[in-house]
Design a protein around this ligand. Structure first.
Ligand SMILES: *[C@@H]1O[C@H](CO)[C@@H](O)[C@H](O)[C@H]1NC(C)=O
Ligand SMILES: *[C@@H]1O[C@H](CO)[C@@H](O)[C@H](O)[C@H]1NC(C)=O
Ligand SMILES: *[C@@H]1O[C@H](CO)[C@@H](O)[C@H](O)[C@H]1NC(C)=O
Ligand SMILES: *[C@@H]1O[C@H](CO)[C@@H](O)[C@H](O)[C@H]1NC(C)=O
Ligand SMILES: *[C@@H]1O[C@H](CO)[C@@H](O)[C@H](O)[C@H]1NC(C)=O
Ligand SMILES: *[C@@H]1O[C@H](CO)[C@@H](O)[C@H](O)[C@H]1NC(C)=O
Ligand SMILES: *[C@@H]1O[C@H](CO)[C@@H](O)[C@H](O)[C@H]1NC(C)=O
Length: 347
């Protein structure tokens, strides 16, 4: 608080006032001095409280109510269920080929053989024990939006139990604004960080979101150190990638289907959800408290504004991605308005 006061303009003025030569007898001087000091303290306290209240709403300190996200989400999502495995697991493909009606990215129909081979390699399909045993999971999804720049949200973000990051969003050198804790990172080959060790913690779960069978193949090739495949990606993914097999998971495509059909209400699933939108659906099935930060694009007409906090790309790059940003913005607005999720970037 002292530091805050000394950085504060009003406090500076107080100190300045105190140094002004005061006229009158010593008794009056003392009383005036005392009153000024009291006033300054009051002012500082008031400012501090105001800043504190602004910053703490919504906040990780809000009471976490077990089952809160679920009870809100089941109103929005018909057939809402938490009984689906979070990550794909070998047993579903080894003994029984899990019957999925959709192919990737909405289901595993047609990718069963590949999955069986891949899942046999990683051998880890669970959520870490320290997260599983939490009575209430407070989650924050850190979007990659430019509004995180200079947000100073880093410390706040670090306080959540589960910090979900997306794609290749860096942490290194951006700690003040985005924090340095990463519980899970959702990505696909084209969005993979070339140096996963730099921007993750040693125990960060690296969660592959497969959009096509080739994405699973890419990961299998890397883990097995097989001959690299270059064709079929829309952007060259890393060829050398130092992720530990025990930290790698594949997100159940079930969440992708729920996102497209129920959250976006995308006709015939033509609007492919972004990783960010997918992360929200996933969090509604996994967490008890869901907060988001760094979501929101500049207006389509704003051609110069960067869209990410860490690079200069603009809205132009979103044009041919198969995502429907308008639809997603509406969906996020609905989730916020219905109080199912809260937005942390508000100042
Ligand atoms: C919910 O489940 C019912 C019965 O299994 C099914 O008919 C319906 O299509 C499902 N709704 C959605 C949106 O998946
Ligand atoms: C696989 O099938 C089991 C049993 O029918 C089901 O509980 C599970 O959700 C399925 N897994 C996936 C990834 O859909
Ligand atoms: C999987 O896809 C094939 C080919 O599109 C289709 O014939 C089959 O019915 C699908 N499986 C399920 C369980 O729907
Ligand atoms: C985050 O940074 C702080 C301060 O630099 C450090 O003490 C802490 O270990 C870091 N946390 C992680 C998960 O890297
Ligand atoms: C969705 O699928 C239906 C039936 O297959 C088709 O008639 C309709 O034109 C499709 N809509 C879009 C937007 O592709
Ligand atoms: C996004 O979805 C809306 C509503 O379905 C549709 O009207 C619009 O044309 C779509 N935009 C793009 C870029 O596909
Ligand atoms: C979250 O709040 C910030 C700041 O108020 C705002 O700029 C941003 O658009 C909001 N995000 C969403 C998805 O509403």
């Amino acid at each position: 608080m002292a530091a805050l006061c000394f950085n504060n303009e009003i406090c500076h003025r107080c100190c300045y006032l105190r140094t002004i030569k005061m006229k009158g007898n010593p008794g009056w001087k003392a009383i005036t001095f005392f009153l000024i000091v009291m006033f300054c303290f009051g002012m500082c306290w008031f400012l501090h409280m105001e800043l504190y209240m602004q910053r703490s709403y919504p906040s990780v300190h809000e009471m976490c109510i077990p089952g809160d996200a679920a009870s809100k989400a089941e109103i929005l999502i018909s057939n809402y269920s938490r009984d689906h495995p979070v990550f794909l697991q070998l047993s579903d493909y080894f003994w029984v080929k899990n019957k999925s009606i959709y192919p990737l990215p909405y289901g595993t129909n047609g990718s069963e053989e590949l999955l069986m081979k891949f899942l046999a390699l990683t051998n880890h399909y669970q959520v870490p024990e320290e997260i599983r045993r939490l009575p209430c999971r407070r989650c924050v999804i850190v979007g990659n939006g430019h509004l995180l720049k200079n947000s100073l949200l880093g410390e706040t973000i670090n306080k959540y139990d589960v910090v979900i990051r997306l794609n290749n969003a860096p942490v290194h050198k951006y700690e003040k604004d985005v924090g340095n804790k990463t519980t899970m990172r959702l990505f696909y080959p084209e969005s993979a960080d070339f140096d996963p060790e730099l921007d993750n913690n040693p125990d960060t779960l690296l969660v592959l979101v497969p959009f096509k069978p080739l994405d699973i193949q890419w990961m299998k090739i890397i883990l097995n150190n097989e001959k690299r495949v270059r064709k079929g990606f829309w952007k060259m993914p890393p060829i050398i990638w130092e992720g530990e097999a025990e930290n790698i998971r594949i997100l159940n495509p079930y969440y992708m289907a729920v996102t497209a059909i129920q959250i976006l209400e995308s006709e015939n699933m033509t609007a492919i959800p972004t990783t960010g939108m997918l992360a929200m659906t996933f969090a509604l099935h996994f967490c008890d408290m869901v907060h988001i930060a760094g979501f929101g694009y500049p207006a389509l007409t704003n051609k110069k504004q960067p869209i990410h906090y860490y690079e200069k790309v603009t809205m132009k790059s979103m044009a041919e991605t198969g995502h429907n940003i308008t639809l997603e913005a509406q969906a996020i607005k609905r989730l916020l308005q219905q109080g199912i999720i809260s937005n942390l970037t508000y100042f």
